[in-house]
Design a protein around this ligand. Structure first.
Ligand code: EPU
Length: 444
């Protein structure tokens, strides 16, 4: 399965060793830190973020902000953004396709410069990932937006508040509205907002910068635009995707992993789902640990928060492959989040994909041909394999599968994983897994 393009990309070699046991400490989440960096562009004074993970996405975002004229320092677990000298409204084309951050810069840069160009957004290959909700929200707030072949251009002398209802509680579009409405003239009411913990964390950071934001019942944000924002400091909350993934790595291999640094409240649906399957949790203010004698199959539907997170789905599918019986996953957030399953099947997992909505209510992909439900038959013996990683979360699923397999595995294109997990090799090595890296140096 390897190809010529893997040569310049790093690979991980994994030798399974049996049950994984030990401790992992997670840092602030990938999906919060970069958005806080974007918010900091609007402050009159510097902002400082701590408990930041060491991930490629921070370096990419730091370079993007530097290209606008911000001074960004990344040192140990702290990121400082000094936005005084923003001189450009153009994010260079070379930052297109790397992550989802450019589209979030549109509002903040419009406030600073009156015009902006961002290259087409990137992120993982898990569906079409359109930006229509972002664009229509920006237009509702007075931006003139033009989508060109390379990216998005927008102009606005003064943005204003608006009444906006999102067709789906999109995390990114909610963030675009928050990041734009805070300095717009007047009131913005956003209905059907995302209320993921990372979104609330961003709203609280903006509030700390001087924004006036209210979170009302029924997914409604009400934002009163202010004249100016100042910088703020924040210690990021622990990454719930990493926390869940390591907990499941313990369960899949028949071991016990204890995760520090992620508050229980961020994992509430993950905990209740695994408990339903028969897992036993120990929970303190500082850590969570999980183990199981045997696990039952389950039916799980991914959903917007507080539902079961779509990013927890690949580790869960690997876990299902190790539970006796038939389990079902209905993916309702992304229409195309199962391509990673093909390689799991090569490793021996029995997974069938369906375009029907299985095991729950019909979702918005009901009438489409999107293969968005999976039936997993366990328990199956997994075999080590040579795999090219297609996306970050599917990639982590392979690491867990490789840890539970018979024989070694070689994973190519692990830059996807290094973009979003804090020191994963050290974390897995600390759990006893034999894992080594080949290729260019990881992000520091
Ligand atoms: N959508 C649209 N139009 C839009 C925006 C979104 O149709 O303009 C659709 C998407 O296609 C998708 C759904 O709405 O079907 C939800 O997408 P959302 O906007 O919520 O996702 P996102 O903001 O692009 C963030 C995380 C994802 C995470 C989702 C859902 C970041 C950088 N990414 O993406 O994380 O899965 O929210 O919680 O915050 C990951 O970390 O691996 C990852 C993919």
């Amino acid at each position: 399965m390897s190809d010529a393009s893997t040569v310049s990309n790093p690979s991980w070699r994994i030798e399974p060793v049996g049950p994984l046991h030990g401790d992992v400490t997670v840092r602030g989440s990938k999906n919060a830190v970069t958005k806080h960096m974007v918010a900091a562009v609007m402050g009159r004074t510097p902002s400082k973020l701590s408990n930041c993970p060491e991930i490629g996405d921070i370096q990419i975002t730091a370079e993007m902000l530097r290209s606008l004229g911000c001074h960004v320092e990344v040192e140990a677990d702290t990121v400082t953004v000094e936005p005084a000298d923003v001189v450009s409204g153009r994010v260079p084309l070379s930052y297109g396709g790397l992550n989802r951050i450019p589209i979030l810069l549109v509002g903040p840069v419009l406030h600073r410069m009156g015009e902006v160009f961002v290259p087409l957004v990137g992120g993982d290959r898990i569906g079409t990932r359109p930006v229509d909700f972002h664009v229509s929200s920006l237009e509702a707030m007075g931006a003139e937006v033009h989508m060109g072949p390379d990216g998005l251009e927008a102009k606005a002398l003064r943005l204003h508040g608006a009444n906006i209802r999102l067709p789906f509680p999109s995390v990114g579009a909610t963030e675009t509205v928050l990041l734009t409405a805070v300095l717009a003239e007047g009131r913005t009411v956003l209905e059907n907002s995302a209320i993921e913990p990372e979104v609330i964390e961003l709203a609280l950071f903006l509030q700390r910068m001087g924004a006036r934001i209210e979170l009302r019942p029924d997914r409604r944000f009400v934002i009163e635009g202010v004249e100016r924002l100042q910088g703020a400091e924040h210690r990021l909350d622990g990454d719930r995707i990493e926390a869940f993934s390591y907990l499941v790595a313990g369960l899949v291999t028949g071991g016990r992993v204890r995760v520090h640094g992620c508050p229980q409240g961020r994992l509430v649906t993950a905990i209740s789902t695994l408990q339903r399957m028969g897992a036993r949790f120990e929970i303190t203010d500082d850590w969570l640990a999980v183990s199981a004698q045997s696990l039952r199959p389950a039916v799980v539907q991914t959903d917007a928060h507080p539902g079961f997170m779509t990013d927890w789905q690949p580790p869960l599918v690997v876990l299902f492959s190790q539970c006796a019986g038939m389990s079902v996953v209905h993916e309702t957030v992304y229409e195309d989040r199962f391509p990673y399953v093909a390689a799991l099947k090569e490793m021996g997992a029995e997974v069938e994909l369906f375009d029907a909505c299985l095991g729950g209510q019909d979702c918005r992909f009901n009438e489409s041909t999107a293969m968005h439900s999976a039936v997993v038959h366990g328990r199956t013996s997994l075999r080590g394999a040579e795999i090219t990683v297609p996306d970050i979360r599917g990639g982590f699923g392979y690491v867990i599968a490789a840890a539970a397999a018979e024989g070694p595995s070689l994973l190519h294109h692990v830059h996807h994983l290094e973009r979003g997990y804090h020191r994963p090799l050290e974390a897995f090595a600390g759990l006893g897994l034999h894992i080594s890296r080949e290729g260019p140096p990881p992000p520091s």
